[in-house]
Design a protein around this ligand. Structure first.
Ligand code: SF4
Length: 192
């Protein structure tokens, strides 16, 4: 099937299409994406605040574990995923991988890397710190390093991330982390 023609007025996209350059879906440097870069970069600049906020948020979610359990994690999955997708989509351009790494990557979502690298940048970062695949986009891993330097536990970026488990895509990280933390807490209580 032929590629869709670039929209009139989008000269950058037209020039790129004419050059035959490959454009991964959803990361084209159009106006909407640029706005997302702005918010994404703002979130990285405020990574220390988000680190603090996320800790409290995770604690609050864990406190609500009896509620999630009584309703059923399966039943709350859909509405919570909807909220998570929209909130994190707005702030971090989240791609709902279902295994959030933001707290280890300076609040820069690694799934925005066109190569979806989870453990640092490729060798193609441009001299200006932008991506080699999407020249208008700041490299998510350069941003991740910058964001991590603001965080109290920023050295978590040095930990090796597991490969993405594709079966968790479009599921809620918030609920999964809460369920795992509750299970670990219950197991610790039993052992005590
Ligand atoms: S790491 Fe995954 S869950 Fe976290 S913001 Fe990125 S795509 Fe979303």
């Amino acid at each position: 099937m032929a590629d869709a023609a670039p929209k009139p007025g989008n000269a950058g996209a037209a020039a790129k299409a004419a050059s035959g350059a490959y454009t991964p879906a959803g990361v084209s440097p159009n106006r909407r994406a640029r706005r997302k870069y702005t918010i994404r970069l703002w979130a990285v600049r405020h990574s220390r605040f988000f680190e603090w906020f996320y800790r409290r948020f995770a604690d609050a979610f864990l406190l609500l574990h009896p509620l999630w359990k009584s309703i059923g994690y399966d039943r709350v999955e859909r509405p919570i995923t909807f909220i998570e997708r929209n909130v994190k989509g707005f702030l971090f351009d989240c791609r709902m991988c279902g295994q959030c790494a933001l707290s280890s990557t300076g609040m820069s979502c690694p799934m925005n890397c066109p190569k979806q690298l989870r453990n640092g940048p490729c060798g193609g970062v441009r001299a200006n710190g932008n991506c080699e695949v999407e020249p208008d986009m700041p490299c998510v891993w350069v941003q991740a390093w910058n964001g991590s330097r603001n965080m109290s536990e920023g050295d978590a970026i040095l930990k090796v991330q597991k490969p993405v488990n594709q079966s968790l895509r479009e599921t809620s990280s918030w609920l999964r982390v809460t369920a795992e933390a509750a299970a670990a807490r219950d197991a610790a209580k039993k052992e005590a």
